[in-house]
Design a protein around this ligand. Structure first.
Ligand code: ASP
Length: 332
């Protein structure tokens, strides 16, 4: 049975939601490098490493978004900016996405990614092994498919064949994060607690919103398991009148609660962004999940909030980049 309002807010109060809400001046973008836990020993060193990677990704997106004039074509397009930012995070090898992806239970790597913008472009891939940059493949699906006839989501071998046929660069070298592949066989399905999904949301000079998310799933996941990342309305979303969302966390729960759709719906009901975000997180917590998201509206208002121990996150507008991993006292 769905939890009642009182129950939800009890969960939320226990969940210790952290992070930020604020205002940016469009054009602007936010990135995240996943929600998760950092052990006391790892924290400081890892946080510095991750904030560097976030800053690089913000710069990659800003290069496109910040172009003077916002002329038609690639320059100034929100979708190009989120794809560039996510590719940078995939290439960094520091997150559970692209080159850094965590292995499945049988030691293989399977990747999911998605893109969506407010001009009607949307595409996703699930359980792919071929491309170096799954987010580029998702973008390619968006170019070839779309609504109403699709495809909008390609999975497994068909998606890999599509990547190969279109000359996408092949993944050559994994840098396995978290557990080593030999250890993966000893994990229980879904036992991995390390997160590190990556994502970005952006608004460009024309007020177009876009979102992109990319992940290796959960470390030690069952082969074939797919979470929320390639599911529109769960791990990725962009709608002109509401919000762009890129989420990270326990994917099964984010799918079941319709995480991004829930934020969208609450904004349509007139709630403000922080309330919408915390309500959606309360539903995640009530179903036993944890995680967070970066969300952005066309007017530049944003939230980067999470109920896990930490979430790598950052944002950029013309006043410069901010990148954080821990709450409060952490590096910024
Ligand atoms: N949401 C991702 C998944 O369930 C994992 C994560 O964000 O950590 O596949």
């Amino acid at each position: 049975m769905a939890p009642g309002r009182d129950e939800l807010y009890r969960h939320l109060a226990m969940a210790r939601v952290q992070g930020e809400t604020g205002e940016l001046v469009p054009p602007a973008l936010l990135v995240h490098g996943g929600a998760g836990a950092f052990s006391a020993i790892e924290r400081a060193e890892q946080a510095v490493d991750l904030t560097d990677a976030l800053a690089e990704a913000l710069e990659a997106g800003w290069q496109l978004l910040g172009q003077a004039g916002g002329a038609p074509g690639p320059a100034g397009d929100a979708l190009d900016a989120v794809v560039a930012a996510v590719m940078s995070l995939e290439d960094s090898g520091r997150f559970n996405a692209g080159r850094g992806a965590a292995p499945t239970l049988d030691g293989k790597v399977e990747l999911d990614a998605s893109v969506m913008d407010t001009t009607g472009r949307l595409g996703a891939v699930a359980a792919v092994r071929y491309p170096a940059n799954p987010v580029r493949l998702a973008r390619l699906v968006a170019e070839r498919g779309g609504l109403p006839d699709g495809p909008i989501l390609l999975a497994g071998k068909g998606a890999d064949a599509f990547a190969r046929a279109n000359g996408l660069e092949r993944m050559k070298r994994w840098r396995l994060t978290g557990i080593k592949s030999a250890d993966a066989s000893r994990q229980q399905p879904g036992a991995g607690s390390r997160h590190g999904t990556v994502g970005a949301v952006a608004v460009d000079r024309k007020g177009r919103l876009a979102a992109a998310t990319s992940t290796g799933g959960r470390s030690g996941q069952m082969p074939g398991r797919v979470g929320d990342t390639p599911v529109f309305g769960a791990g990725v979303w962009a709608d002109r009148s509401t919000v762009a969302v890129s989420a990270t966390g326990t994917g099964e729960v984010f799918v079941v609660v319709g995480f991004a759709h829930r934020i969208d719906w609450l904004l349509r009901e007139g709630h403000d962004l922080g309330v919408a975000m915390d309500d959606a997180l309360a539903h995640v917590v009530a179903r036993g999940g944890e995680g967070g998201a970066v969300v952005l509206r066309a007017d530049g208002s944003f939230a980067a909030r999470f109920n896990s121990r930490a979430m790598a996150r950052g944002w950029r507008d013309r006043s410069g980049p901010v990148a954080r991993v821990l709450d409060g006292g952490g590096p910024s």
